[in-house]
Design a protein around this ligand. Sequence first.
Ligand SMILES: [Zn+2]
Length: 136
Amino acid sequence: MDSYEHLLEKAYKNVKVVEQSSERFEIPKVIGSVAGKNTIISNISEIAGYLRRPIEHLAKFLQKELAASGKIDNDRLILNTKLNSQKVNEKLQSYAKEFVICNVCGKPDTEIVAEKGIKFKHCLACGAKSPIKSKI
Ligand SMILES: [Zn+2]
């Protein structure tokens, strides 16, 4: 018969497995500050890295969605308008939905592929291909 300790050890192992497989996809929150008329997002490269998309692509999307022009400077994104972080966080969610999260299985393990001028999200988890509507 299994000892209590042994059972406990087994239970812990099972818990760990569950934790790993249900790891949540959570985009890092924007670290932003307003300086004069600009908003500086200082963790844009961390966010782009988490989403596994080029920082330039993410920056372009945010500029369009937030109707601001901007530039990348020393791994920071400087937008020429005053914004609150909440609004930027919402746009990051839209970005993830459009360019990162699989439409079929909801996993973030996708890559962008282009076929005949149309861009698709190709899911590495379930193999689905979903067209991307945004022109960015
Ligand atoms: Zn999928």
